[in-house]
Design a protein around this ligand. Structure first.
Ligand code: ADP
Ligand code: MG
Length: 250
C-alpha cells in the first residue's frame, strides 16, 4: 500500500527526510515514533500529496507518487491523479479540525455530500452508521464545542472513514487529549485496525504500538534509526538513540 525507497525531502537547506525506505503492506498497521522534529509529519504529508519529495521513489497503492533523480528523470504524479488518490487516503490530525458550525453528523456527511456519493438519505444513513461505529450514535446532533476532545477525535475518524479510504494516516491523534480520553480514541483505532484497514500511525502511545502495530519505525533526525516487530524494538532496542528515546516515553 505504501512503499518508500530512499526518499528525501528538504525545506531549503534543511533536509528533514534523509533517504527513508519503508513499506506498509495492505491491511497492516505501521507505527512511527521519534522525537519532535524528526520528520514524521513530513513523511505522512508526502504520502498524502501535501509535500513533494526531492529524491527517491514513493508508491501509494501501486501508483508512483514521486520519482526524482538529480539531473536525470523527474516524475511527479499529475495534479488530477494526485487529487483523486488523496480522496482515498484518510487523515486524522492532532487537532480535531472539525467544522465548528456543523453538527457531528453534518461533519461526517460533508465530504461525501460535496462529491455526491449518494442520495441525501443514503449519506445520512451511512454517516449515522459511522458515528455508531465510533461509539457516538447518540451524538449526531451535537456541535463540536459540546463534545469532549475524545468524542471530537472520534467524529474526525468517522469523517475520514466516510470517504471509504483505503489507507488511514494518523498524526499524533491522541497527543492533544486529556489522559483519560486517550483510551476511547485508541480503542476506535484498534477496532479499525482489526477490521483490516491499512494504517500509518504517528504516536507516542507505546502500548498501542505494541498491541496493534505490525511494525514499528523509530525515526530521529530524518533517518530511520531502527524498525521491525514492535515488541522486539520496544523490548530490545538495538541502537543507543532508540534506547534513549524509549527510556523517556515508556
Ligand atoms: P515531526 O512530525 O517528527 O515532529 P516534522 O515533519 O513536523 O517533524 O518536521 C521536521 C522538520 O521539518 C522540522 O525541522 C520542521 O521545522 C521542518 N518543517 C516541517 N514542515 C516545514 C515547512 N513547511 N517549511 C519548512 N520547514 C518545515
Ligand atoms: Mg509531527
Amino acid at each position: 500500500m505504501v512503499r518508500a525507497e530512499a526518499i528525501s525531502k528538504s525545506f531549503g537547506s534543511n533536509e528533514v527526510l534523509k533517504s527513508i525506505s519503508l513499506e506498509v503492506k495492505r491491511g497492516e498497521v505501521l507505527c512511527m515514533v521519534g522525537p519532535s522534529g524528526s520528520g514524521k509529519s513530513t513523511f505522512l504529508r508526502c504520502i498524502n500529496h501535501l509535500e513533494t519529495i526531492n529524491a527517491g521513489r514513493l508508491w501509494v497503492d501501486g501508483s508512483l507518487v514521486g520519482y526524482r533523480q538529480r539531473g536525470d528523470k523527474i516524475y511527479e504524479m499529475n495534479p488530477r491523479e494526485a487529487a483523486k488518490q488523496r480522496r482515498d487516503i484518510g487523515m486524522v490530525f492532532q487537532r480535531f479540525n472539525l467544522f465548528p458550525h456543523m453538527t457531528a453528523l453534518e461533519n461526517v456527511m460533508a465530504a461525501p455530500t460535496l462529491l455526491r456519493k449518494g442520495s441525501r438519505a443514503q449519506l445520512k444513513q451511512r454517516a449515522k452508521d459511522l458515528l455508531d461505529r465510533v461509539g457516538l450514535a447518540d451524538r449526531g446532533d451535537y456541535y463540536p464545542a459540546h463534545l469532549s476532545g475524545g468524542q471530537q477525535q472520534r467524529v474526525a475518524i468517522a469523517r475520514a472513514l466516510a470517504m471509504e479510504p483505503k489507507l488511514m494516516l494518523f498524526d499524533e491523534p491522541t497527543s492533544a487529549l486529556d489522559p483519560e480520553l486517550v483510551g476511547e480514541v485508541l480503542d476506535v483505532m484498534q477496532g479499525l485496525a482489526e477490521s483490516g484497514m491499512t494504517m500509518v500511525v504517528v504516536t507516542h502511545e507505546m502500548g498501542f504500538a505494541r498491541e496493534v502495530a505490525d511494525s514499528l519505525v523509530f525515526m530521529d533526525g530524518g533517518v530511520v534509526i531502527e524498525s521491525g516487530d514492535p515488541r522486539e524494538v520496544l523490548l530490545n532496542p538495538q541502537r543507543e538513540r532508540t534506547k534513549a528515546f524509549l527510556s523517556k516515553v515508556l
